[in-house]
Design a protein around this ligand. Structure first.
Ligand code: NAD
Length: 365
């Protein structure tokens, strides 16, 4: 058996509950592909602050850099909301992304047929939606300097800086064009080039890379129009590439097409490094109740197999198991609508179903 080591950062709130399920699934499926997966679990976010007085330590970051592959739960919660910005759990996330250089955040937005009715948007609008959002993750206004708060004539003000360099746009553009080549060969680049200098640089740089991909059709869309188009006609999109701030907002809007935040996985990649995490947060309102939907974390484990372990078949197997859960009618509370043929399930019941699916497949082999 080949041995692979990764780091697991379960984090806060429901993070540990959903990460435990994802790890069980990951280990089980990897074993079927002759890979023994070992995960070193470390504290992160608020949990790390409680133990070490900061949301992430240098030792934890070093371990992530050494192992290169990280499965993350979620961070944050009301207990840490009043801490200074550098001590808040979210600071650990930004630091981890920056230190690992994971500059491209990949968010597949698929509407599962079994859940089309669970969305607040009309079924005929969303069914068949398959968008692949590539969000730049280590630049833009979340990282730009200077950032400060000061005062002018007794009136306090704050400054953030939205900055993009040509090379930053080039590398994320390549990720998007490469992804499009494996799909419908269309890239839509989203910016605010009618107003922002940084967006004009973004658009110019995207066009430079497009020259290397004549087989991929490129279009541009302003972010305000895009926010509307995602809801109006989501099927028009194939790959979407955009900056950090716009991607953050658009991908959460797109998540509602799928019915629940609890369904959406993400992969953040750069070089050999990868951070895999559900899109949702730590859901403090349901933490510890055993009712969290673990499927986004499990789908993130599938992306880990695809992009870091290069085990495409394992990824497909995990994705098929998620589909099987939904087809069985089991629904966690976030998805449950009392529709005939569906049953309310807790985290453990979903986990048991998933693991049983793999055992059956194993027995069949
Ligand atoms: P959230 O995603 O945690 O929760 C929003 C709503 O969705 C809640 O009602 C929650 O119960 C529900 N929900 C989310 N995930 C679910 C799941 N897997 N199963 C069932 N229901 C689920 O967002 P929020 O409430 O805005 O933020 C809570 C905390 O999480 C905050 O501290 C925030 O900063 C943090 N946060 C962290 C991340 C991250 O770690 N990447 C992302 C977003 C928010």
């Amino acid at each position: 058996m080949k041995q692979i080591e990764i780091v697991a950062l379960p984090g806060d709130g429901i993070g540990p509950e959903v990460t435990a399920v994802a790890l069980d699934v990951l280990k089980t499926v990897c074993r079927q592909f002759h890979v023994e997966l070992k995960a070193t679990e470390l504290p992160f976010g608020g949990t790390c602050y409680e133990q070490h007085g900061k949301p992430v330590t240098d030792e934890i970051l070093d371990e992530c850099k050494n192992k290169k592959v990280v499965l993350l739960g979620a961070v944050g919660g009301p207990s840490w909301d009043d801490l200074s910005a550098d001590l808040r759990p979210e600071a650990a996330l930004l630091k981890l992304r920056k230190e690992l250089g994971v500059f491209a955040n990949l968010r597949p937005i698929n509407v599962y047929p079994a859940l089309a009715a669970a969305s607040t948007i009309k079924e005929e609008v969303i069914e068949g939606t398959d968008i692949f959002i590539v969000r730049e993750l280590t630049g833009g206004v979340y990282f730009g300097e200077p950032r400060f708060t000061s005062e002018e004539n007794g009136d306090p003000f704050s400054v953030d800086t939205m900055k993009y360099s040509r090379s930053e746009v080039h590398r994320v553009a390549r990720v998007a064009f490469e992804a499009a080549r494996l799909r419908d060969k269309r890239v839509c680049s989203v910016d605010k080039a009618n107003v922002l200098e940084s967006s004009r640089m973004w658009r110019k740089s995207i066009l430079e890379i497009a020259g290397d991909y004549p087989d991929v059709e490129l279009s541009h869309m302003l972010v305000d129009n895009c926010a509307m188009q995602i809801i109006r006609d989501p099927k028009q999109f194939d790959v979407m590439v955009t900056g950090n701030l716009f991607g953050d907002i658009l991908s959460d809007a797109a998540s509602m097409l799928t019915g629940s935040l609890g369904m959406l996985p993400s992969a953040s990649i750069g070089g050999e490094n990868g951070v895999y995490e559900p899109v949702h947060g730590s859901a403090p309102d349901i933490a510890g109740k055993g009712v969290a939907n673990p499927l986004a974390a499990v789908a993130s484990a599938a992306l880990l197999c695809r992009y870091s372990l290069k085990l495409e078949e394992a990824a497909l197997k995990i994705e098929a198991a998620i589909q099987a859960v939904l087809e069985s009618g089991l629904r966690t509370a976030d998805l449950y609508t009392e529709e005939p043929g569906t049953t309310l399930a807790n985290t453990k019941q979903i986990s048991d179903f998933l693991l049983k699916t793999f055992q059956q497949k194993e027995a069949a082999i």
